[in-house]
Design a binder for this molecule. Structure first.
Ligand code: FE
Length: 202
């Protein structure tokens, strides 16, 4: 196996002032790359090393799972943000969110509550459930909706302190609000969403 980190989809200063270059430098080069390096060490010479990253996430546990899931989760997180992102989405994303939550504002409130409610380390996700419905899920530590093959991840916000501490210190609510208001990549959500399934559940 030779997994590689995909390059960041933007420059390290592109999300400033919402997430500064120092945050991206440490988060991508030290944390994200660190998970990859640990995974490579753990899998060296093992048959599991020949599988895809997603298969490893679904078929492993313990330290292999933790590091494989964190590699996948972080790549998904980088794609969940974009410079000049955030705010209210349009098109299919907006209608899927409105049909699931009643309004975008209600979704925003619930997403922030979910992210703030994760005790310690974890992630908050927007997912498309098996029945096509859009939902919010919180996971702890390295856990990921990817473990359930019937669920489609759409967007994620990393709420480990390393994601926001340099820019927001202890203020996780302000980080999550800024993530939704200024950074969320709704075009990425639209790519991941299966509108035909969303429509059936509406
Ligand atoms: Fe992280």
């Amino acid at each position: 196996m030779k997994f590689e980190l995909p390059p960041l989809p933007y420059a390290k200063d592109a999300l400033a002032p919402h997430l500064g270059p120092e945050t991206l430098e440490y988060h991508y080069e030290k944390h994200h790359r660190g998970y990859l390096q640990k995974l490579e060490k753990l899998l060296a010479g093992k048959p599991l090393a020949e599988r895809t990253l997603i298969e490893i996430v679904r078929e492993s546990d313990g330290a292999v799972f933790d590091n494989a899931a964190q590699v996948w989760n972080h790549t998904f997180y980088w794609n969940s943000m974009t410079p000049k992102g955030g705010g209210t989405p349009g098109g299919v994303v907006r209608s899927a969110i409105e049909s699931a939550f009643g309004s975008f504002d209600r979704f925003r409130k619930q997403f922030v509550e979910s992210a703030v409610g994760v005790f310690g380390t974890g992630w908050t996700w927007l997912v498309q459930e098996r029945d096509g419905r859009i939902a919010i899920r919180a996971t702890e530590d390295a856990d990921t909706p990817l473990q359930d093959a019937t669920v489609t991840p759409l967007l994620t916000c990393d709420v480990w302190e390393h994601a926001y501490y340099l820019d927001y210190r202890h203020e996780r609510p302000r980080y999550v609000e800024t993530f939704l208001d200024r950074l969320a990549n709704w075009a990425f959500v639209a790519e991941n969403l299966e509108p035909a399934r969303a429509k059936r559940s509406a």
